[in-house]
Design a protein around this ligand. Structure first.
Ligand code: GLY
Length: 291
């Protein structure tokens, strides 16, 4: 798709909520970093989205643990992994980027840092999520189901009116994951990558596939060498399909380049994404290889 900035593109049906929040900032000349953070926060806040933030489905032990990453135009990056009891991991990730010499904080240290920064501690396990967790006790089948909310990271990619790119992603990770499991979302290069001279890309779905494929970084490098965002997305997905066991797993990717061109592709049908700019506000089905 073609377009120029400002523009925002976000993963899945919850991408609509993300875009609405991001567009409020982008449409008034705001910064892409603020826009992607606001987009991710909108999804983190809504318990109806059970794969992100408050209301996210827990791990096998019934604990909600969150992963998130944010990157700016200059390539600065902040991330949190396995963060408990804080509703907005994306904002903690931004604080990691802006207030520490590090890129990622995990587990207890991430929680302590968040509390030191003034974030509120709260129970993120909603009644609905707890009920679903209880209902599956005794079920030892932990294979993620494609296209259900068990793995649906919100990825938000934006280009602002000044030509600055940014990206954010946030998730409660795979539902029923092992305790301590981190996914692709907090790992720069796997779930998200930004190069202000090239573009921004993200992945969603079964994170292990994107981690092994370093999918977000791969898309940036393909675009750097001349691929369109759509070509980069297709190659990243085909690479995963060629090199890894995908069975019926889902992986979806989005890319946006500095000219405002976008791409989307997925391993199989069912991946949706939302695009908003001055003339467009649309939810679409991603293309996928014929299977
Ligand atoms: N992509 C989300 C996860 O695997 O954690």
């Amino acid at each position: 798709m073609s377009g120029s900035g400002p523009l925002v593109i976000s993963t899945w049906n919850h991408g609509r909520a993300a875009n609405a929040a991001a567009w409020e900032i982008l449409s008034t000349g705001g910064d892409s970093l603020d826009a992607v953070e606001a987009g991710a926060r909108a999804v983190e806040d809504d318990p109806a989205f059970t794969s992100v933030g408050f209301g996210g489905l827990p791990d096998r032990d019934g604990e909600v643990t969150l992963d998130a990453c944010i990157m700016n135009h200059a390539g600065d990056c902040g991330a949190v992994a396995c963060l408990r009891e804080v509703r907005h991991p994306i904002s903690v990730a931004r604080k990691v980027m802006e207030e520490t010499p590090h890129v990622m904080l995990a587990g207890k240290g991430a929680l302590q840092f968040a509390l030191d920064q003034g974030f509120k501690r709260e129970n993120l396990l909603t009644e609905h999520a707890e009920k679903r967790w209880r209902a599956r006790q005794g079920n030892e089948d932990f294979k993620p189901v494609a296209n259900v909310e068990d793995h649906d990271t919100v990825g938000v990619l934006a280009l602002d009116a000044s030509g600055r790119l940014a990206g954010a992603c946030s998730t409660s990770g795979l539902a029923w994951k092992m305790s301590g499991r981190g996914g692709d979302s907090p790992i720069a290069g796997a779930g998200l990558f930004v190069d202000g001279e090239v573009g921004v890309a993200c992945a969603t779905g079964v994170g292990e596939l994107a981690m092994r494929g370093v999918s977000a970084f791969l898309m940036i490098e393909l675009m750097r060498r001349g691929a369109s965002p759509q070509e980069a997305c297709e190659e990243a997905i085909q690479r995963v399909a060629r090199k890894q066991e995908i069975e019926d797993a889902q992986l979806g990717v989005l890319a946006l380049n500095r000219d405002g061109l976008t791409g989307a592709f997925a391993l199989r049908e069912g991946f949706t994404f939302a695009t908003s700019n001055a003339v467009l506000n649309e939810l679409e089905d991603s293309r996928h290889p014929a299977r």
